[in-house]
Design a protein around this ligand. Structure first.
Ligand code: SAM
Length: 270
């Protein structure tokens, strides 16, 4: 098979990956879902033409969205992930001793079905007794949520059902759903290609949260390869807790260094 998958990342940038097979392709009620086998990165989940995760580099994003905030919270017990139907963030959350409940709020049941079938190593945590799955819109769900220690927004790009996950009202609902000392993190796109989204998320989060910080990680299959996460905290951030974790990207040094931003990123959020 000599066929290439091309993700049009912006109107003038694309990423091409040589495909070996199309394993699943369907239109769900929310989006177009595909699972492709690629030569370079193995299995890949694609939603509406945008790469969500691949078997080879998924660990970077999932470790970084989960461990960085969890280690900055004094005692995380009850955690929620909004989006994230592949299960990767839940898998990482459940590595932390002391987690009692990990809730996943995913709008599209089919994403989880695809993940369980084609990415069992990513979906592994979804069968855990501490995992609670809600197939519903995260925007409505968060309005009734209470007493969460950490909430992660593991969303698609700000179009379609995810649009409302990038607005100040949503961050305020997250603030209200968090207990004292609560922390949120939202994936906030690429500083090279989507600086306006980063500014928008930082601005929106800082309207509700007194502490707002940006951190970065390298995810090769995401647009430009450099990815950002916006963290909002109710209180001043303490030194990270030391917890032995079996990880491939996150390390205790990366926990600290990920907040040291390149000059152009400092500039864009100033
Ligand atoms: N790590 C990925 C990335 O940055 O490309 C995102 C992974 S995850 C697959 C994103 C999920 O968010 C999708 O499965 C999508 O269905 C879900 N989603 C989008 N809008 C949502 C909403 N309003 N409520 C709950 N889930 C939503």
């Amino acid at each position: 098979m000599n066929t290439w998958f091309t993700e049009l990342q912006t109107h003038n940038v694309s990423l091409g990956l040589k495909m070996e097979d199309v394993l699943w392709h369907e239109k769900t009620p929310y989006q177009e879902l595909a699972v492709l086998e690629t030569e370079a990165y193995g299995r890949m989940l694609v939603l509406d033409g945008a790469i969500q995760t691949t078997a080879s580099d998924e660990f970077v994003y999932h470790e970084m969205i989960a461990h960085v905030p969890l280690l900055l919270h004094s005692k995380p017990r009850k955690v929620a992930v909004i989006g994230g139907g592949d299960g990767g963030a839940i898998r990482e959350i459940l590595r932390h001793p002391g987690i009692e409940e990990a809730h996943l709020i995913e709008i599209d049941e089919k994403v989880m079905e695809a993940s369980k079938r084609f990415f069992p190593e990513i979906a592994v945590g979804l069968e855990d007794d501490r995992a609670h799955i809600h197939f519903t819109d995260g925007i409505a769900w968060v309005k009734q949520a209470k007493d969460f220690d950490v909430i992660l927004v593991d969303s698609t790009d700000p179009v379609g059902p995810a649009e409302g996950l990038f607005v100040p009202e949503f961050y305020q609902s997250i603030y209200d759903a968090l207990s004292d000392g609560g922390i949120m993190v939202a994936q906030s796109e690429s500083p090279f290609l989507e600086p306006d989204i980063i500014r928008r998320v930082m601005d929106g989060v800082s309207r509700s949260f007194p502490v707002t910080r940006l951190y970065l990680a390298s995810v090769p299959t995401y647009p430009s390869g450099l990815w950002s996460f916006t963290l909002g905290a109710k209180n001043t951030l303490p030194a990270p807790r030391q917890v032995p974790l079996k990880t491939r990207y996150w390390t205790p040094d990366i926990q600290k260094s990920c907040f040291h931003l390149p000059g152009f990123v400092e500039e864009l959020i100033r």
